[in-house]
Design a protein around this ligand. Structure first.
Ligand SMILES: Cc1cc2nc3c(=O)[nH]c(=O)nc-3n(C[C@H](O)[C@H](O)[C@H](O)COP(=O)(O)OP(=O)(O)OC[C@H]3O[C@@H](n4cnc5c(N)ncnc54)[C@H](O)[C@@H]3O)c2cc1C
Ligand code: FES
Length: 258
């Protein structure tokens, strides 16, 4: 069990839930399964990527948006309440030996990448690209540690007007962008991940993406999170992911969770 220490709205669509817990230290990209306070009504725990972990204070945070009834109930949880917590689960982002790490987060997809940016080793150059609907929907930028942060909003209220994909095109077309040193990291909608993968193949650079799939158990038991592999067959996002090399995914069949 984890005791909620804070659960506050930090952007128009984002809440930061911090819990006191004894779980082992997570790697960026790993996730936790969070039980909801009304277990009768919500049987299944919900998966969330780790946004932050403070080992000394034993605090784990997730950044989430309200997507349906479960996350709506979660948004009303108060400090002191206890939630069941399973994790950290799955595989996180590997650290590429390349020096230029380009992290691209669409919407709440920026959450695991913000954690990754804070763990980047010395000597790495991190370019962090964030996309959101409006300024009010941008995740807390102060939690990102990067050489440079680029923002795109659909209405132009912060940063470039457009999507994070437009932003990405802009950044990589700069004359001093060095593909030979670059590795791509992505999390967000399937269109974004598909594009990142296509770019990585074209430029022959490594690309690691965090996938989403409907999850029942988070532990490899229910088979609910199977995604088609590019080489044929399936893999389980909760065990072999959520972070995978983009080359391993059959992008024709991969789609958003609906
Ligand atoms: C590995 C992983 C990491 C995630 N990290 C985050 C995060 O950091 N922040 C965040 O806001 N959201 C994250 N999500 C999505 C989040 O789990 C869903 O938004 C949430 O489960 C929706 O629950 P609900 O009851 O509000 O919605 P409902 O649509 O009512 O949910 C019904 C069922 O579908 C499942 N479901 C619905 N949408 C998703 C989805 N997108 N992915 C997986 N299962 C879904 C629910 O878990 C539940 O079992 C992540 C999902 C995965 C798989
Ligand atoms: S969520 Fe049950 S096997 Fe992956």
């Amino acid at each position: 069990m984890a005791e909620v220490s804070a659960n506050r709205q930090v952007s128009s669509s984002g809440f930061l839930l911090t819990m006191a817990t004894e779980v082992p230290s997570p790697d960026p990209g790993q996730f936790v399964m969070v039980g909801l306070p009304e277990p009768g009504a919500f049987f299944l725990r919900r998966p969330f990527s780790v946004f932050d972990f403070q080992a000394r204070r034993k605090r784990l945070s997730v950044y989430y948006s309200v997507a349906g009834p479960g996350t709506e109930v979660l948004s009303r949880v108060r400090p002191g309440e206890k939630l069941s917590l399973l994790g950290p689960l799955g595989r996180g982002f590997p650290e590429s030996p390349r020096r230029l790490h380009v992290m691209v987060g669409g919407g709440r997809g920026g959450a695991p990448l913000a954690f990754l940016s804070r763990r980047a080793r010395k000597g790495k150059r991190v370019l962090f690209l964030v996309g959101a609907r409006t300024e009010e929907h941008v995740l807390p930028l102060e939690r990102i540690r990067a050489s440079k942060i680029f923002v795109a909003t659909e209405d132009g209220s912060l940063g470039m007007r457009g999507t994070v994909l437009d932003l990405l095109e802009n950044v990589v077309s700069s004359p001093d962008f060095d593909w030979a040193e670059a590795a791509l990291y992505g999390c967000g909608p399937s269109a974004l991940l598909r594009k990142l993968h296509a770019m990585a193949v074209k430029r022959r650079v490594p690309c690691f993406v965090s996938l989403e799939a409907r999850m029942g158990c988070g532990l490899g038991a229910c088979q609910g999170c199977a995604v088609r592999k590019s080489s044929g067959g399936f893999f389980l996002v909760c065990k072999e992911g959520p972070v995978v090399d983009s080359l391993s995914v059959d992008w024709q069949s991969y789609s958003e969770v609906r």
